[in-house]
Design a protein around this ligand. Structure first.
Ligand code: CO
Length: 164
């Protein structure tokens, strides 16, 4: 496993990723490296384009615990609640930048696991937000456009504190 460099180049991040069609060793190495990279920066989620690979691969780890790591290949949101959450959001590719972004409170996602088997996942709150944010990355969409306003780091820390 290796830690990969996190891409901050917006021009690259705006490119659209392609479906994964081959579930081979190379994919597994990518997944393992992304997991290592995500853990290294203590992040909630990471998408393959953020490590320079334009493939539809996403990792989510809402709690930071290794057993809670989710691997999603070719993920699609198949259900989203009408109920909305409006909260602070950040991105590993935009260190120190946070914005208020509206997301569905609850989403259901269809994806494949590392073997290519179909999986259905559900997320609420922060997990739903992470699903939406990371899947956006695969379409070249960035949170900075979706934010109703940006927050300064102090305001973000304050919000984080109050959430607990
Ligand atoms: Co991001």
């Amino acid at each position: 496993m290796a830690i990969r460099e996190i891409i901050e180049d917006e021009t690259f991040l705006r490119k659209k990723s392609r479906d994964v069609v081959v579930f081979d060793k190379r994919l597994h190495t990518l997944l393992d490296d992304m997991a290592h990279t995500l853990r290294d920066v203590n992040g909630v989620g990471i998408a393959a384009p953020q490590v320079g690979v334009l493939r539809r691969v996403v990792l989510i780890n809402e709690t930071g615990e290794p057993e809670d790591l989710l691997e999603l290949i070719n993920p699609v949101v198949i259900e989203a609640s009408e109920e909305i959450q409006d909260d602070a959001e950040g991105c590993l590719s935009f260190p120190g930048e946070y914005g208020m972004v509206e997301r569905p409170m609850h989403v259901k996602v269809r994806a494949q696991n590392r073997s290519g088997d179909l999986i259905i996942l559900e997320g609420e709150g922060l997990k739903a937000r992470a699903f939406c944010h990371e899947i956006d990355h695969l379409n070249g969409e960035l949170f900075i456009e979706k934010a109703s306003r940006m927050l300064d780091p102090e305001e973000f820390e304050e919000r984080k504190k109050n959430r607990k």
